[in-house]
Design a binder for this molecule. Sequence first.
Ligand code: FAD
Length: 827
Amino acid sequence: MSNVPAQASAVIIGGGAVGCSVAYHLSKLGWSDVVLLERRQLSCGTTWHAAGLITQLRATQSLTQLARYAPELFPELEKETDVSTGFRKTGSLTLALSNERLEEIARNASMARAFDVEVEVISTADVERLYPLLNTDGVTGAIYMPNDGQADPTNITQAFAKGARMNGAKVLENTKVIAVKTENDRVTGITFERDGERGEIKTDYVVNCAGMWARELGAKSGVNIPLHACEHFYIVTEPIADLPREFPVLRVPDEHAYYKEDAGKILLGAFEPEAKPWGQDGIPEDFCFDQLPDDFDHFAPVLEMAVNRLPLLETAGIHTFFNGPESFTPDDRFHLGEAPELRGYFVAAGFNSIGVQTAAGAGKALSEWMDAGAPQQDLWDVDIRRMQPFQGNRTYLQTRVTETLGLLYADHFPYRQFASARNVRQSPLHERLEAHGACFGETAGWERANWFVPQDELKNGVKPEYAYTWARQNWFAYAAGEHQAVREQAGLFDMSSFAKYRVEGRDAEAVLQKVCANNIAVEPGRIVYTQWLNAHGGIEADLTVTRLSETVFLVVSGAACAVRDMAWLRRNIPDDAHCVATDITSAEACLCVMGPNARSILQSRTAADLSNEAFPFATARDIEFGLTRVRAHRISYVGELGWEIYVPGDMARHVFDEILDAGSGNGLRLCGMHVLDSCRIEKAFRHFGHDITDHDHILEAGLGFAVKTDKPAGRLGDFNGREAVLRKKQAGLQKRMVQFQLTDPEPLLYHAEPIRRDGVVAGYLTSGNYGHHLGAAIGLGYVNCGPEETADDILASRYEIEIAGVHVAAKASLRPLYDPRSEHTKA
Ligand SMILES: Cc1cc2nc3c(=O)[nH]c(=O)nc-3n(C[C@H](O)[C@H](O)[C@H](O)COP(=O)(O)OP(=O)(O)OC[C@H]3O[C@@H](n4cnc5c(N)ncnc54)[C@H](O)[C@@H]3O)c2cc1C
């Protein structure tokens, strides 16, 4: 096949908006012999029928950064390729129809300011001025984003493809990738089919941009890409006389609807609460510019509300009823990055209805990742490594995506939990916790008790169910009680969801010394808190390492990090090293007893000496407990005296019963994850993925105490990131992690609220929660600063946190506001 090269620097699979963007951006970075293969025609999958809405603000800073790039790039792309992207900056309008939604959009507006996105909170009169055709009954408020707009998805795709070709890429249609070839867990090439013949291309990199086909294609290579197609509906009216062209894109999330002007017609699309999954048995081979059958009954409730909202729809007449499939993921976030299972196998798929607007940013971010060998911005929100193996299950996906499509326009209440596809992964203590009134939430599939209904209220019929609101939720008082128990008596947490890895072998110490920034060459029985750093000093993982013996270590990390950590660890074990890492998360349960009474509670069930002298902080021992043996780790994430008790899953219930019994006269209370978080934020313990990411330098994160630049270089050399730490020490900090306490005890903090320093936005909160002991909401966030600024300079400023447009005064601290000397932990 003369047209098809035998070799390529990268093969991109799929010619939708995303694949073409990846080809364009890679070729711009100098990857000139990139090949893009499309099984049929460019944009024939999901892209061709997208509504083309382009918005800038997403739920997090990093996603916003990706979204903002599209409207910046389109004019440049048009100039470069002479292909119109159809981009029109019409602005966008989002309406609130309830006070809860108003709070949400007002908080979004504040967040937009933190991310430097232009936004205006506007009145109903302004809405009527901007959108005169609208019925504003029931509107409680609105936001207007002047830089949003709409574009033409097919043209965007063609522009990317042309730009890629102009930079040396080959874009080949009617060429289907059949398989990805591998050797030693690395990509070596692909096989394809074209005109009924098969061929091969040698390459070290493939990028799976196969949209709703991506899961099946990945599975052929053992790569897990959890996504499932759903039907997505819109209608287009007949032409409407005198319809103005320049009115904004309109979103009415409370009515599940979006509207845009489309060549003199109105396009009305829906994100209805219960979606229709499609393609459970695979996507048809001949799918090409296809659409699915109408379903008027399904669309009717949305249409009915729309006719009330935009009365001209009543007489406009429907020209097109469109139903097209597109892929959704278990958490409504797309998948980006290198697959943990296979080196050189990259993924950009599962775009949950924002693939056209995100194609530019995602293509750029992924290309930079491939080019540099590491992501060039924080991408953890969408990193393929956040997905768990079980999430590739088709029935799970089919069940979950029924919910996720509608969640795009649902109220995004804090602490909102998925309602579907639950109870896949349970701790051995699940039924015990349930019987004690646990309200469960889900992380990485794990059902975890988030809070408990106290026994007396449970008996009175109070149900452990969330009543969501932006204000204090129904469990606020229960959490306050749990918090008080931890600070004054004792709390029992089931932390069986902790990710746990056993690292063993003659070279285990050398491998971990290379990976960890702290010194793990300690005596058996010592626990070390450490980070894994990348070459820039950014934090890849935040965990504890316990030396169990000369050759065996136990690494403990957050529940959501198992796939990511194991991939990082395995890639840092040299081929010739005598070292094996095994994920043993499900083998051991973990019960944490935390609080001033923890010692006396545990002591009553063990002959082992738990005194400070015999069992100091940051040590671990095998001890007899009740009728069995456990491994007790003296460590705490809530900032109190306490032990984590690790026990094989089959004996967890026995240990739980013993602890509960021992604690019954000692004020022990079952506690959930929400209080774990509010305790840790009082103590200013960082949370991986929010406060610390691979793009936060360990020194700027305030974790320099856990870095040992002077530890001896091990057999495998200096630890990863050491040079970057030394460089930062020289150059000085450009931002600093600061803890804030609001001076007003009422308002609540969640995340992404702007930090105002002397009246100017100087950062945003990376996490927030209520500090029940300190008596107000607490936040952590980076404050931008100059390298010459001292701690005193930073603290001398006046701080406010912006919450839904209101500036609330806050006290700032660089030391933990709770127990700065860790006297409680070491008691
Ligand atoms: C009704 C509707 C409205 C939408 N509105 C918007 C909107 O307003 N804004 C927005 O941003 N997004 C919107 N979307 C979502 C958007 O269309 C998608 O997120 C986006 O098109 C996904 O692009 P993609 O490149 O990932 O997938 P696709 O466009 O599906 O591209 C994947 C390509 O891979 C090819 N392929 C698959 N397997 C192989 C193989 N083995 N070998 C070679 N090629 C292969 C397919 O043929 C296909 O062309 C909408 C979607 C729908 C259904």
